[in-house]
Design a protein. Structure first.
Length: 601
């Protein structure tokens, strides 16, 4: 799993003019996903919303927008809404559904919906009985709110209602022209979602658990949400403040500002990240540009569509900016977007490739600050991770003693210190690579000294205690595993390459900071004794220490190629024979079967 990609758009001159991206068009015209129909719901299978809807987010809260006309649905999420605890993995949860009911809007003309990546705004446009209706959505980081605005080109055109459906059966109440749903999960986590409606013209009133509006010129929805999650293990990851404290403050602050001011602050904030990178891969044909995004995507499987490739690159940047911002929690398997309380793999943090893949673009695509929530999550989990490592007999040191230095991880983990499923021992070192890359790009020595270095050092200490010495003096990771593939044995390439990367980065870190020279030298010696990548009998990079790779194996996890990317042990310039062997490995896995991993791209 990784953050889902797929979504949609149609930008309008008036209401139905497709945009052609060409030299004379604005940059934003080429950065829009668009569709000509709402997200599918009839006969949908579980999790269809992830493939059909448009996502917006401010790093902490987000929404999936269906784009329905008569009964619009917004799936609301808060990145910290998790079941489970330190003893139980649990699952990432859906917060609520917000519905906008507009009777009489079942049959429409000139329908379009879009996601403008340049401004991080989504739109729904259509015509009913000659009246043009428009909705605009965005998730503001400065305001910490999800905001929707409904307008029309005829006064008094809006009559309908707003509903808030809590996904954990909390009762929705209405007061002071707001809908509020607040509750507590079984693990004690408090949560709340609130919708405040501001009308222009017409009337607005509370009717039981609905907000009813009539004859309004326009409607603005201010949607706030939160939990009492805290990064503090000593307080069992709970804040002393209830979520309603900051929700009330956020709504009060936004209510004093105009829509235009809130929107401009949102765009300025978002573009401070997004506008750092542009990508020009060439021009697409007029025929390609005239098609909705979904059709273009299908066609691109057989015909190159350069501007679509650039669009999807920017869409990846948009998703990370929208799901991982300072102060929030790291993007999980689905970013922050989830419409199920039984999400695939719990929408957790898979440390054997997935969470790392989420963050690969952060540094090279100039969004370095988006990595900070991931680092904060790692720091917040260290105490329980160390504790679990010390308690696991299978993680005793090579001399048989209890692990006293460092931590290890199972394949997945939550936000409460629990990790689950099979031990992926070298995930600790892979997490350290993410920490190092942030320094390697930014060269911030204070960050390296205070955040990355201490974690890298304790992870080196863990592996100093756990490496096995072969009869010839070489070092191997004992009882390792190539994720989801192969037996448990010593010297698995995936493990060897990741620990080599850790040691190599750590040595560079000691030199950058001018500290721990003696220990850095010891780690350098151990690095050079690690069993390294081998070329097998059919020219491949071996996946295991013994040459037993099957050339007809099409497993999606090409974990034996970590040294090519994201590692740097194998390069065309420095290790040309191994680089050629890596190419042979990729070609053998082929474009068919179960191959869907990073190395294929």
């Amino acid at each position: 799993m990784m953050m889902k990609h797929l979504i949609i758009k149609f930008i309008l001159g008036v209401f139905l003019i497709p945009v052609i991206c060409s030299a004379q068009k604005k940059k934003s015209d080429c950065l829009t996903l668009w569709y000509q129909a709402p997200a599918k719901t009839v006969g949908e299978t579980p999790r269809t919303a992830m493939n059909e809807t448009l996502p917006i987010g401010n790093g902490r809260i987000g929404a999936l927008i269906f784009g329905k006309t008569a009964r619009e649905r917004l799936v609301l999420n808060d990145v910290s809404l998790w079941t489970g605890d330190e003893e139980n993995e649990g699952s990432y949860q859906t917060l609520a559904n917000a519905y906008i009911n507009l009777p009489g809007h079942e049959i429409t003309k000139n329908y379009s919906r879009d996601l403008d990546l340049n401004t991080a705004t989504s739109h729904v446009n259509y015509t009913v009985n000659g009246v043009n209706y428009k909705r605009e959505y965005f998730a503001s980081n400065p305001a910490q709110l999800i905001i929707a605005r409904l307008t029309a080109d005829k006064p008094g055109a809006y009559t309908g209602s707003i509903e808030l459906e809590d996904m954990h059966n909390a009762k929705t109440s209405g007061k002071q022209l707001q809908l509020i749903a607040a509750g507590k999960l079984d693990n004690g986590l408090e949560y709340e979602s609130t919708i405040k409606v501001i009308n222009n013209g017409g009337t607005l009133k509370i009717d039981s658990n609905r907000l009813v509006f009539s004859g309004c010129n326009s409607i603005i929805l201010l949607i706030a949400a939160g939990t009492n999650y805290s990064f503090d293990y000593s307080k069992k990851y709970r804040s002393v403040k209830s979520p309603d404290t900051h929700i009330e403050a956020q709504l009060a602050a936004a209510s004093k500002k105009t829509y235009a001011l809130i929107k401009s602050a949102h765009i300025k904030d978002f573009q401070s990240f997004f506008n750092r990178v542009s990508l020009d891969l060439g021009k697409s044909s007029p025929g390609q540009l005239a098609k909705p995004t979904g059709e273009r995507k299908l066609d691109a499987a057989t015909t190159t569509d350069p501007e679509l490739e650039a669009l999807l690159f920017q869409y990846g940047r948009y998703l990370l900016i929208s799901s991982s911002r300072a102060g929030g929690i790291a993007a999980n398997l689905q970013g922050i977007w989830n419409d199920s309380n039984n999400a695939a793999w719990g929408s957790d943090y898979h440390d054997n490739i997935n969470v790392e893949m989420n963050y690969w673009p952060a540094e090279p695509a100039n969004m370095a600050e988006c990595s900070l929530p991931f680092f904060k999550l790692i720091q917040s989990q260290l105490i329980p991770w160390r504790k679990a490592t010390a308690e696991a007999k299978e993680l005793n040191t090579i001399s048989g003693e209890v692990s006293k230095r460092g931590f290890a991880l199972r394949t997945s983990h939550n936000i409460y210190g629990h990790s689950d499923w099979k031990w992926d021992k070298t995930a600790n070192a892979w997490y350290c690579q993410q920490l190092w890359e942030h320094y390697a790009f930014g060269m911030d020595k204070n960050y390296l000294k205070t955040i990355a270095y201490p974690i890298m050092k304790e992870t080196c200490e863990f592996w100093e205690d756990h490496l096995k010495t072969l009869v010839d003096g070489r070092l191997v990771i004992p009882d390792g595993w190539s994720p989801e593939h192969g037996p448990i044995e010593d010297g698995v390439s995936y493990n060897q390459q990741i620990v080599w990367d850790l040691f190599n980065n750590y040595v560079e870190a000691t030199k950058a900071l001018g500290i721990d020279a003696d220990y850095g030298g010891r780690i350098a010696t151990m690095r050079d004794k690690l069993v390294g990548p081998k070329i097998g009998r059919w020219g491949q990079v071996q996946e295991w220490m013994d040459d037993k790779d099957d050339p007809n194996d099409h497993h999606r996890h090409t974990s034996n190629l970590f040294a090519v990317f994201p590692g740097r042990q194998i390069t065309v310039a420095k290790t040309p024979e191994l680089a050629q062997a890596a190419k042979i490995s990729i070609d053998a896995r082929g474009p068919t079967g179960d191959v869907r991993e990073w190395s294929y791209a």
